[in-house]
Write a protein that binds this ligand. Structure first.
Ligand SMILES: Cc1cc2nc3c(=O)[nH]c(=O)nc-3n(C[C@H](O)[C@H](O)[C@H](O)COP(=O)(O)O)c2cc1C
Length: 664
């Protein structure tokens, strides 16, 4: 297996070819110190089998105040002072004790997003960081100042000193961050889009590459010839000809940085401000979606190349290595979701791997599917005495509760009224756009079998079933149901969102999706060739506001006229579904829905439909909790988890399941 072949980067030997990608939301202590939680986070991933553990970007220069560590709202780790060396030494020792190597990511000054860019806005092409989309997404505008030559020189000295500190602490390599467009100084300087300087740090490729190249040379002087310096590059800024293109990368950037003295290329893409899909990749993208860029870089260098991007699957990682597309594969979100991914795979238990669902609801801060990632999870300890636990409802919350209870030694029965397990999440996973949701359903279903949970499907549990089984503990995970508005009741062609998801074939040609929760369903029905109108109460900015930033970003680009780059084929503006904002539904008659747009009498319209899908938000669903009251006095301990406790999302279902099942 190629994954298990060791590899060397300038004298650093990695035991295998899986690495943890740099993730900024790694836990950090007060004032930038590494704390116990930081150690636990990285140790879990080293113990889980990754050969290379890379930190997210750490601070190479002192922040304005000790409390302001970190960037973009994450609490950061510092490396701008010798006081941080002991923490890194402890981290390196911990990572080494599991046979893995530790790298530290550092960056230079000049991040547009961080407020001090290579050139001041506005840029000639329409908007830049202050654009509407960035504002809608973050509530922030990013006016910035231009960094001076003194700033640049100071930053280069800081980065070199930070690299020397990493080496002194026993860290095995450093990674210079020159990727992700306006997010980093390295990439902001290289990018023709952001760097409009006319001094020696701009003006031409040579000028734009000068800041990172000089930094690499200074790092080299600080750490010596035999210490690995890696660089993370942005091989495609996803801004077309206006930004860094793959050709710029292979023809100019890679040779220049190689000449400057790097030992390995880590190949990423995108622009955090304008084309975020390279960094926080929405789940709509195919797996391994930018490995072609690593493959292109491999064609022009003999140095080792790291490939990354939506790789959740060890078979895919192996395949990319076999095909020579990369020498090492990073996993970011997958090792967040399951730190033991490599170990389980190498031990031949792939069914035990909890795959990432690509949701970017938190990614470590915390992760949607990994409860243990939090600062203070309830420990998973064997139960003091084995009890009979009955779980009613086999959605992801119910199955997670069953998994945890069984792992703790309880005897678990799970009753589900449908023929299939997975509930609402399984229904949503039938939509190709959210197909990655299937990962958590498949994982939990496999665990039911492996852990010997007594699963009874096609059975609607009643109080008499509970009395008959007489469990010690009942956990209700019966989910929620759509509240059907009065005017939609008993009208032909009306379906709830989950009915429609499960029954795509029954959907007619003319579709109206009522409620922005249905945005992804509307899009995939349109892609199937249906004529779709999506309508909701809110304005443009409210589209996808319940979703993670990455999903929302992509949807806004696809469906609104907000002025943003749309160079990537996946992000082009589409006309089907037609989206109607600020809509009040006034009446529904058979085959027609009467709406009032923006409260304006002139804009009343009747929309014909074959199928009307009710896609309400969480607040328009009701908890299925009637059994809870009925069971009072009939079972000694009854708990509610997931939607039947409070209507929310996947993470809450999984987390509330853990909070109950780890205690009973
Ligand atoms: C929450 C989050 C934080 C990230 N932080 C960093 C970072 O500090 N430095 C960096 O180079 N990339 C960062 N990335 C990008 C990842 O390193 C990685 O390239 C990306 O997640 C794609 O890999 P994956 O699909 O395996 O997660 C971050 C991504 C996410 C989702």
């Amino acid at each position: 297996m190629k994954l298990l072949e060791p590899i060397e980067i300038n004298g650093m030997r990695l035991k295998n070819r899986i690495g943890l990608a740099p993730l900024l939301n790694m836990p950090a202590g007060e004032e930038g110190y590494i704390n116990d939680q930081t150690i636990r986070w990285f140790e879990a991933r080293a113990e889980g089998g990754a050969g290379l553990i890379m930190t997210g970007a750490v601070g190479a220069s002192a922040p304005p105040s000790p409390a302001q560590q970190g960037v973009f709202g994450f609490r950061g780790i510092g490396l701008y002072d010798d006081k941080y060396i002991p923490g890194f030494a402890r981290l390196a020792e911990t990572v080494h004790s599991h046979g893995a190597r530790l790298g530290v990511q550092i960056g230079v000054i000049g991040s547009v997003m961080g407020g001090r860019g290579p050139s001041p806005p506005p840029y000639p092409d329409e908007m830049h960081a202050t654009d509407e989309l960035f504002f809608i997404m973050t509530g922030r505008r990013t006016p910035h100042t231009e960094v001076t030559i003194e700033d640049i020189e100071q930053s280069q000295r800081d980065v070199a000193a930070a690299a020397a500190r990493a080496k002194a602490a026993g860290v095995d390599c450093v990674l210079l961050h020159c990727s992700h467009g306006g997010a980093t100084g390295g990439c902001s300087f290289i990018s023709p889009f952001y760097n409009r300087r006319t001094d020696k740090y701009g003006g031409s490729w040579e000028g734009r590459l000068r800041h990172p190249s000089e930094t690499i040379q200074k790092m080299r002087e600080a750490v010596g010839d035999d210490y690995p310096i890696l660089v993370r590059i942005c091989a495609d800024q996803l801004l077309g000809e206006r930004g860094i293109t793959p050709e710029d990368t292979t023809e100019i950037i890679v040779p220049a940085l190689e000449k400057a003295g790097v030992d390995c290329f880590d190949v990423s893409q995108g622009d955090m401000i304008r084309a975020g899909e390279g960094i926080t990749i929405p789940l709509y993208y195919r797996r391994g979606c930018f490995i072609h860029l690593a493959a292109a870089v491999k064609q022009v260098t003999r140095l080792p190349v790291i490939g990354v991007g939506n790789i959740f699957d060890m078979d895919m990682a192996e395949k990319f290595l076999q095909e020579g597309k990369a020498d090492i594969i990073y996993m970011g979100r997958q090792l967040t979701a399951d730190p033991e991914t490599p170990k389980k795979y190498f031990e031949g238990r792939p069914e035990d791997i909890r795959k990432c669902i690509g949701d970017i609801g938190g990614c470590g801060n915390p992760c949607t599917v990994n409860y243990d990632i939090q600062e203070r999870p309830i420990p998973l300890a064997p139960a003091e005495r084995a009890r009979r636990v009955l779980i009613i409802g086999g959605g992801v919350g119910g199955m997670e509760a069953a998994r945890i209870a069984a792992l703790r030694g309880h005897k678990v029965t799970l009753i589900e009224k449908e023929a299939q397990l997975g509930g609402m999440v399984a229904a949503l996973a039938l939509n190709p756009l959210t197909g990655e949701f299937r990962n958590i359903v498949d994982y939990l279903t496999a665990q039911m079998r492996k852990l010997g949970v007594d699963v009874r499907v096609c059975k609607e549990a009643t109080t008499s079933d509970v009395e008959e089984l007489s469990p010690d503990v009942v956990i209700l995970a019966t989910g929620s149901s759509a509240l059907i508005p009065e005017i939609a009741r008993e009208k032909p062609g009306v379906m709830t969102h989950s009915e429609a998801s499960k029954n795509i074939r029954a959907i007619g040609q003319k579709v109206v999706v009522w409620g922005f929760f249905g945005v992804e369903l509307a899009l995939s029905l349109a892609e199937e060739g249906k004529d779709v109108v999506l309508l909701g109460r809110g304005g443009e900015g409210s589209l996808g506001s319940d979703l993670s930033m990455a999903r929302r970003w992509w949807l806004l680009r696809k469906l609104t006229d907000i002025n943003v780059p749309r160079e990537t084929p996946e992000a082009v503006r589409v006309g089907n579904p037609q989206v109607l904002y600020n809509v009040a539904v006034e009446d529904i008659t058979a085959g027609s829905i009467q709406v009032n747009i923006g409260g304006n009498e002139q804009r009343k319209r009747a929309l014909p439909y074959d199928t009307l899908i009710l896609s309400q938000r969480f607040g328009e669903r009701k908890a299925n909790d009637s059994l809870f009251d009925e069971l009072q006095g009939k079972a000694s301990e009854v708990y509610k988890i997931g939607d039947c406790s409070q209507v929310r999302g996947i993470q809450d279902a999984i987390f509330s399941a853990n909070e109950v099942a780890r205690k009973v």
